[in-house]
Design a protein around this ligand. Structure first.
Ligand code: NAP
Ligand code: MG
Length: 475
């Protein structure tokens, strides 16, 4: 017998979305010189607000404000004092966590249970963690008196809007830098709420500046001559353009780009646990995750059993309203991203892979894609090589550990990997063989502010998180 879930919507009443937003420059919201654009809720296509689009002059004003704050206040302040501001920001985020979670789910489309239990707690944890480093930098193994770089220009994507902001802003500020940050075009609202938190925390004006806009605003920011450090998370394509734009300048750069992670299941793995890990690896955040386990490599002898249980588990996934507390998979972030996911899935079918999704009813408005797996995938198929950035899993099989390693490493990316096995020695051997920045064993998509994160090869360079995350922000 099947029971239906009653709707369990989280109330929107806690957030106050204004009809329009300006830019956050020098501690105040100001009108931009450029046009404005709309941000929508991807689950309904409802227009949420008009957002100012920063042009070159606006970016210049923000960089100037950051430079003044850097020279006059922030770089002169003791680490202990900077730490106090970061602790205050962390506490305010905790106090306003429900507001942040609801707003993130509305603007991005991700399920409230993820924004509430994963994104926002990790954001607070990140600020707490780097607050603790602010007065201990001389013990970080980065020299006896590491110095800040100056003004950081930071550009982030739409998949974890507030979390990527935290990954960028917390270490920069802890080290004594000031920042100008550009959130993604489709998800500016939590960054603008964060600007309010900066005001509430009495952060000195100009230490954090938020310039909203699209790619052109990002380009203006990273190519501004008075920016000392560029930090970017997003596509490999834009990462390459940025690396070219800053080549030959004094700017220090960190890039966190795409991935095509292998999630490797051996025949001795605890199957139910592995199935949960596969589901979490690819369907968490609609698969809009750079380190998503988008390639399942399963040992041939257990492939049938694993696939059977995986399909059974996928039938229980609930796709729908991001604000419903029972939702597992929310909306695809934009019509553009949905089109990309559809196109790559169609190519997979035309190349001969077999497509499967559980029966599920998708809402009529908004952007949706059912959780999908492709079997009969070969390494030459585009679905096995390119980042889909959606809830789409490619399934490949292997016979020996050596073959698993070869297949796993057969990708231009190298961000993450997962290993499922009962044998500790095999975990250690696999971890030494896999060319990926993060290797999870018997778990997946686990994040901790103390743990560094970053890629090899086309997945970028530099590390975020942990002590290593300080390195990108000091000389
Ligand atoms: P993207 O174009 O690389 O966008 C990332 C950020 O860079 C956004 O804020 C974007 O502005 C900005 N940007 C765009 N062009 C720029 C330029 N020339 N100079 C400076 N900044 C620029 O990524 P996307 O279009 O959102 O997603 C495309 C693909 O990238 C996805 O399908 C996925 O494969 C990958 N991706 C990876 C990650 C990751 O975490 N590694 C995250 C997101 C996407 P807009 O606001 O206009 O986009
Ligand atoms: Mg939006």
């Amino acid at each position: 017998m099947k029971f239906e879930y009653a709707p369990a919507p989280e109330s929107r009443a806690i957030v106050d979305i204004k009809p329009s937003y300006g830019l956050f420059v020098n501690g105040e919201f100001v009108d931009g010189h450029g046009k404005s654009f709309k941000t929508i809720s991807p689950s309904t296509e409802e227009v949420l607000a008009e957002i100012a689009e920063a042009d070159e002059a606006d970016v210049d004003a923000a960089v100037k404000a950051a430079r003044r704050a850097y020279a006059r206040v922030w770089s002169k302040m003791s680490g202990a004092e900077r730490g106090k501001y970061l602790f205050r920001i962390a506490r305010i985020i905790q106090e306003r966590s429900r507001e942040f979670a609801v707003l993130e789910s509305i603007d991005n489309g991700k399920p409230i249970k993820e924004s509430r239990d994963v994104d926002v707690p990790l954001v607070a944890a990140h600020f707490f963690y780097y607050a603790g480093w602010a007065d201990k930098l001389s013990y970080a193994g980065l020299g006896s008196d590491p110095q800040p770089l100056g003004v950081a220009g930071q550009v982030i994507p739409w998949n974890f809007p507030l979390l990527m902001l935290a990954w960028k802003i917390a270490p920069a500020l802890a080290c004594g830098n000031t920042v100008v940050l550009k959130p993604a075009e489709t998800t500016p609202l939590t960054a603008l709420l964060f600007a309010e938190v900066c005001q509430q925390a009495d952060l000195p004006p100009g230490v954090v500046n938020i310039v909203t806009g699209a790619g052109e605003t990002g380009r203006a920011l990273v190519s501004h001559p008075d920016v000392d450090k560029v930090a970017f998370t997003g596509s490999t394509e834009v990462g390459r353009a940025i690396a070219k734009a800053v080549a030959g300048t004094e700017k220090k750069v960190t890039l966190e780009l795409g991935g095509k992670a292998a999630n490797i299941v051996f025949d001795d793995a605890p199957v139910d646990q592995a199935v949960e890990g596969i589901v979490n690896g690819i369907f968490f955040n609609q698969g809009h995750v750079c380190c998503a386990g988008s390639r399942l490599l399963v040992q041939e002898s257990v492939a049938e059993e694993v696939l059977d249980r995986l399909k059974r588990r996928m039938k229980t996934l609930r796709v729908g309203d991001p604000l419903d507390k029972n939702t597992d998979i929310g909306a695809i972030n934009s019509g553009e991203q949905l089109a990309k996911i559809r196109a790559l899935s169609e190519i997979a079918e035309s190349e001969g892979a077999e497509r499967w999704s559980p029966p599920c009813e998708l809402p009529s408005n908004g952007f949706w894609f059912a959780p999908t797996i492709f079997t009969g995938v070969s390494q030459a198929h585009r679905i096995a090589r390119e980042e889909v950035f959606g809830p789409v899993l490619s399934v490949l099989t292997f016979r020996t550990p050596k073959e698993a390693v070869e297949k796993a490493n057969n990708t231009p990316f190298g961000l993450s990997a997962g290993v499922w096995t009962d044998k500790g020695s095999r975990i250690l051997w696999m971890a030494s063989q896999l060319r990926a920045g993060v290797v999870w064993s018997n778990t997946f998509n686990r994040f901790d502010p103390a743990s560094p994160f970053g890629g090899y090869k086309e997945s970028g360079y530099g590390r975020e998180g942990g002590r290593h995350g300080l390195e990108g922000y000091v000389r």
